[in-house]
Design a protein around this ligand. Sequence first.
Ligand code: BTN
Length: 266
Amino acid sequence: MIRRVGADLERARTLVAELGCGLGHPMTIVATTVSTNDDASRGAREGAPHGATWVAEDQTAGRGRRGRSWLAVPGECVLASVLLRVACSPQRLPQIALLAGLAVRDAVARASGADDVRIKWPNDVVVADRKLAGVLVEGATVGARVEAVVVGVGINVHARSFPDEIADRATSVALVTRGDPPDRAVVLAHFLASLDRDLHVVVSRGLGLLRARLEAADALAGRRVRSEAGDEGIAAGIDDDGRLMVRRDGGVIARLGAGEVFLVRT
Ligand code: BTN
């Protein structure tokens, strides 16, 4: 178990201040927690402000999407959750998740110089089809409205080997960077700054203004995919509502709003 916070993570507080970022303060950084998403959800209930961020070196029950566990190498990742005090309809949550994926992508590309970091719908960040980061977005709802959103990210930064369960499909910033990998604080601060920059436009108007960036970063575009429901075809981009468009063999476009897709090797 990790007992101390690494110096390369501690620096995140200073960096977000230097970047003039509206997110990332207050920032609580601990050695071990159960799940930073749990910490942020508790913060939401207890009145923490917009932008409050929880970061940990290790989690005893880190969560992934769809009830899965999130496996991370302790002390070598960015495990962070930010509380967003934004009111929106639940339909915006997948769009905020895509924005967060794009923000991770941009932060990693900028901090590492790697130019082939992509997002794999719905919200994985990948390099050469290996997962470098995942995003878990959870909304606190009052009636039919979302009143606060927790965006949790797990980014593999320094890890060079992984638990057996994920070894064949995981990668890290260190493995895709030529030269020394960046400090985790740099990746985290750039992620928060990028999320901050585009958050309000996505909350108020959806993904339309990000279309070019989404297209450029789309790991699936033009590739044959199959959904869990058996829809198969060529991935044809992400629409402004955050749905994956898949062109079936007959030419009809299916729009997938949730779930996962798998690459079909041809
Ligand atoms: C996924 O790819 O399934 C999403 C993974 C999200 C993991 C992060 S790690 C920090 C935050 N706390 C959690 O318990 N989960 C998210």
